[in-house]
Design a protein around this ligand. Structure first.
Ligand SMILES: Cc1cc2nc3c(=O)[nH]c(=O)nc-3n(C[C@H](O)[C@H](O)[C@H](O)COP(=O)(O)O)c2cc1C
Length: 208
């Protein structure tokens, strides 16, 4: 086996992370800029943390091109609210466009051809074309440094969930109908149109 130290270039570590931890779910995070315009960007360093309270976490890295915090992180630390929109394959290309580095204040909804939809409880807009929306209130911020490639964890409490009727059956989200996509290494994405099911040994261990 090849072995590597992790104290060299951040880009080498980054490639180990994105090549090993995959497929990664994608959070498309919408926030409000200081002037009230919309900001949207995808983040695949994203996970569920707690069911009740309902907490999710994602990780915007310090931008390698400028050494600055990404607009999403700035906005959340400023106004403490964000929406997580889930990506179905049908909108993957538009979501990819939202990752373009636009100047602060330029609306990525408009740029990507996505439709803003009012949230019920917070200011940032939801993406109409996305089939699941989480309205989130900021909870925690952990920073691992301020150099390019340094990460941070932002967690939010989901205070409202919106699920499109077409994918909701018997109290569950139907994975095939949601047709989610995941992120791989480099520019690779995963389709999730093939799944398999395995019973666990003890039924009592399964979360209801
Ligand atoms: C599918 C996908 C997943 C991404 N995941 C992350 C991530 O987890 N962390 C990160 O810092 N950037 C990630 N990016 C890059 C950001 O989306 C990109 O830097 C974006 O310009 C940030 O926008 P903002 O400055 O408006 O926050 C990802 C890009 C794509 C296309």
């Amino acid at each position: 086996m090849l072995s590597f130290d992790t104290n060299g270039e951040f880009s080498q570590n980054y490639k180990f992370l994105i090549g090993s931890i995959l497929p990664r779910p994608i959070a498309v995070v919408s926030t409000l800029n200081n002037d009230g315009t919309n900001n949207v960007a995808p983040f695949s360093f994203f996970t569920a943390v707690s069911a009740k309270p309902m907490i999710v976490a994602f990780s915007p890295l310090i931008r390698s091109s400028t050494g600055e915090m990404k607009d999403t992180a700035k906005n959340i630390l400023n106004n403490k609210e964000f929406v997580i929109n889930i990506v179905s394959q049908e909108i993957a290309e538009k979501v990819n466009l939202t990752s373009t580095e636009l100047d602060y204040g330029q609306d990525e909804f408009e740029f990507a051809g996505l439709t803003p939809l009012d949230s019920e409880l917070i200011g940032p807009k939801r993406i109409k074309e996305s089939l699941i929306h989480f309205e989130c209130k900021y909870r925690d911020h952990l920073s691992y440094g301020d150099q390019p490639g340094c990460g941070q964890i932002i967690t939010g409490e989901v205070i409202k969930v919106h699920v499109d009727e077409s994918i909701y059956e018997n109290g569950r989200i139907n994975t095939q109908k949601l047709n989610p996509v995941g992120r791989g290494a480099g520019n690779d994405w995963f389709k999730c149109d093939s799944t398999f099911t395995m019973e666990r040994l003890m039924k009592a261990q399964i979360q209801k």
